[in-house]
Every structure is written in C-alpha cells, then in structure tokens.
Design a protein around this ligand. Structure first.
Ligand SMILES: Cc1cc2nc3c(=O)[nH]c(=O)nc-3n(C[C@H](O)[C@H](O)[C@H](O)COP(=O)(O)OP(=O)(O)OC[C@H]3O[C@@H](n4cnc5c(N)ncnc54)[C@H](O)[C@@H]3O)c2cc1C
Length: 392
C-alpha cells in the first residue's frame, strides 16, 4: 500500500511516521526546496505527547524540551497573579504523558529523522489532485504525476488540495496578529519571570515560556490588527511592539524592548468543513482545521489526526481505503472542530476590557484552579487519540 503525503510540516511528518508504522510506503511531497528553521517555540500538550510516545519519538522530543511546573496567569498592568494552573508532574500523572515546550526546529528535526530521507521530495509543489476507483494522483508544478492508494493533504492553512476538493473557501484572517521573539536567557535573567506565563489585557495577551532547554525565552504577544500577513518570516517595524503594548507591566515591556528581532504573524484560520475527505484523498492538520493558537492546540490536533489516520488505515485493503478515511474523519472531526471553537472563546476571554467582566473572569479562573488544579483547556488533553484509548 502506498500513500502520498502533501506537506512536510508537523502534521505531514507525523502522518508519514504513523502511516509507515501502519505498513504504508510513504512519499512526502514538500514545496519548500529545503527544510527551514522557524524561529519560534511550540508547546506540546499531553494529547500530542501521548501520540509521540506511541510513535517512538517521545524520548527524543522530551530530551530537547522543558517541562513547566505550572502556568501563571497575570494581569497586564501590574503582573498581579490571577491563578496558577498545574502542569509538570501533576499533568503527566493525570494525562499519562508530559506537557512539553521546545523550539520548533528541534521538533522538526526529530520528526524528519524518523522519515527515511529517500521518501521526501523537497522543492515539489502539488498543484492538482484527482482519483479513480483504484488510486489517487497528485500533479506537481513540474507536470509530474505521482500515484498512490491514498493522498493525505497536510498542506497547511493555505491548502491547495482543500481548494481542489471542496472549492474556493480561503484562509480567514482572525483579526489578531502576534509579535514573536526569542530572547537569550541571560538577557532576561533580571526580570524574575515565571517559567510559563500568560499576561491578560484588553484586546491583547502575552505568553512566554522557555525553549531550547531553557536557553531561549519564546515570547508571543497577541494584538488586534486590521490586517496582517500569515508569515513566519515577516518582520515587525522597529519599536512597533512597544507602541502596541504601551502601559503594560514593565517586565512585559522589557521583554518586548530587549527582543532583537521581532516577527509579526497574522493569525489565519479555516472555517470548519462538514467533511475532510473525498474518496481516497483526505485533509489533515491545518488544512482541515487551522485554528487561533490560544489553546496551543493546532499542532497537537494535527499530531492526533496522524495517529488516528494510521490506526484507521492499518490493515485496510486497497478497495477499503475510502471507508477507512471515513472512519478517520468520523473519529477526529468533532473534537478538532470543538477545539477550534474553544480556542476562539479562550481569546475572547483573555481580551476582555478592564472592569466587571475581566474581574469576573479572573475570579472564575482562580476558582477553577482551586477546584481542579488544571486549566479548563486540559479537557482537550485527555481526548482519546485512538478509539477511546490513550495511544500508548
Ligand atoms: C503564533 C502561533 C503559535 C502556535 N503555538 C502552538 C503551540 O504552542 N502548540 C500547538 O499545538 N500548536 C501551535 N500553533 C499551531 C501550529 O503551529 C499549527 O497548527 C501547525 O504547525 C500546523 O501544522 P501542519 O503540518 O498542518 O501545517 P504547516 O506547518 O503549515 O505545514 C504545511 C506544509 O505544507 C507545505 N505545502 C503547502 N502547500 C503545498 C503544496 N501545494 N505542495 C507541497 N507542499 C505544500 C508547506 O510548505 C508546509 O511545509 C501555533 C500557531 C501560531 C501561529
């Protein structure tokens, strides 16, 4: 059985590993001429790390990660702590796998090392997809046709394959953008910051956590903007982040001021679809369910997609592929769609204006932390990866 995976991001690479374990010969087709390093951090919640363990990748990922003991939510103006949500050992015990934070490049390196180099075709853009009863086929920009038993489109928020399957719905700008920066530990040592914090303010929030095993602090500062490009490499104008966060706690401003390079990322999403698959072709990851990153779940959902896809396809005969893809979508779509919606709600809650609503939110968060220990978002971490069972 052969599969073509379009896109070698986190979703596509994990899908390739999962499909190979299910017995598939996989060709991974990536438009970029080489793997480039995205200068950013990523958080992996236990629903993702459980899958990485099942795929034999958790030790390598964990070796490159930090494990925050808790997340501290704070008030934008003076840093008053709103609440602490438990992570660390408590989360690992409760959810069966750790909550990790690391550099994206480190995660990418572990995933690419798990895929045989000969199976990856870089510099190959997919421009078309079609199928008949027996196979599916992608067409590349170079005019080549590649055929397999199925095609998995992990081609991100601007998915070409999604357009080919379902018509011209486009990525939607969320109305929010993020300044992103990585600061060396020595430059922030005097600020006495918690290992992992979210600062909440009117229309804005800031999250920071350690990556590269504590060598770099990853900072993401979200704000409303009428328009912004979806790009990991677009730079902010010098000093614009300081104007945007004027009046914030001096520690947040120090982070934004000391950041050497600041990137500006326009957050785009996709409208949920009624289905992700047609015949032998399916979407996976952001192509299916790109979401605002306010629950740090986009990549995690892609990783869980990959596990369920491999599980649904294991042992399927060629004629059974469409049915197996139906099973995959049935097991994933409701959860991914609900995490998409929950991420929007989280952002609305984070961005409340000062006053009674924000005070009520703070009281709610503190009460929830006291009663449950974990964040309400942890309800997504136990979402079962494969057929109701943790994938371990
Ligand atoms: C600021 C920010 C912070 C985030 N933080 C977190 C977090 O902490 N935790 C978390 O779980 N998620 C997080 N996310 C979400 C996460 O980054 C995405 O959900 C995840 O990277 C999606 O992976 P993907 O593989 O589906 O898509 P992508 O990573 O976009 O990969 C798609 C790949 O397909 C390739 N491609 C596209 N079109 C074609 C084509 N036509 N032919 C061939 N190749 C093609 C692209 O070049 C790319 O390599 C965050 C997102 C943002 C914006």
């Amino acid at each position: 059985m052969r599969a073509i995976v379009v896109g070698a991001g986190i979703g596509g690479l994990t899908a390739a590993v999962s499909l190979r374990r299910a017995g598939y010969e996989v060709t991974l087709v990536e438009q970029a001429p080489r793997f480039t390093e995205t200068g950013a951090g990523i958080q992996l919640a236990p629903n993702a790390t459980r899958v990485l363990r099942a795929l034999g990748l958790l030790d390598a990922v964990a070796d490159r990660s930090t494990r925050p003991p808790y997340m501290s939510f704070r008030t934008w103006s003076d840093g008053t702590e709103i609440c602490r949500y438990a992570l660390g050992r408590a989360a690992e015990d409760a959810f069966g796998a750790p909550y990790l934070q690391l550099h994206r490049a480190d995660l990418h390196r572990v995933l690419t090392a798990a895929v045989p180099p000969g199976s990856v075709r870089l510099g190959t853009e997919v421009v078309g997809v079609d199928q008949d009863d027996r196979s599916a086929r992608v067409t590349t920009a170079g005019g080549e046709h590649l055929r397999a038993d199925l095609v998995v489109a992990a081609d991100g928020v601007r998915s070409t394959v999604r357009r080919r399957l379902f018509g011209a719905d486009e990525a939607v700008y969320s109305g929010s953008a993020a300044y992103r920066a990585l600061l060396p530990a020595a430059e922030v040592a005097d600020l006495d910051l918690p290992a992992y914090a979210g600062w909440l303010g009117p229309g804005r929030h800031v999250v920071h956590y350690w990556v590269s095993r504590g060598a770099l602090l990853n900072v993401v500062a979200v704000f409303r903007a009428p328009a912004a490009r979806e790009s990991w490499t677009a730079r902010a104008e010098p000093g614009e982040q300081l104007r945007e966060f004027d009046g914030w706690d001096p520690r947040v401003l120090a982070l934004l001021e000391r950041a050497g390079r600041v990137w500006r990322y326009g957050i785009h999403t996709r409208v949920p679809l009624a289905r992700w698959n047609v015949g032998r072709v399916t979407l996976l990851g952001d192509s299916a369910h790109a979401m605002v990153p306010f629950q740090a779940q986009g990549a995690a959902q892609a990783i869980v997609d990959a596990a369920v896809l491999g599980d649904a396809l294991a042992g399927a005969a060629p004629a059974e592929v469409p049915e197996a893809l139906d099973r995959y979508v049935r097991r994933r779509r409701a959860t991914a769609t609900s995490v998409q919606a929950g991420s929007v709600r989280a952002g609305e809650d984070y961005h409340l204006p000062d006053g009674p609503e924000a005070r009520a939110r703070d009281a709610r968060m503190a009460a929830y932390a006291a009663a449950h220990g974990f964040s309400p978002q942890a309800s997504a971490w136990g979402a079962d990866a494969v057929d109701g069972q943790p994938a371990s």
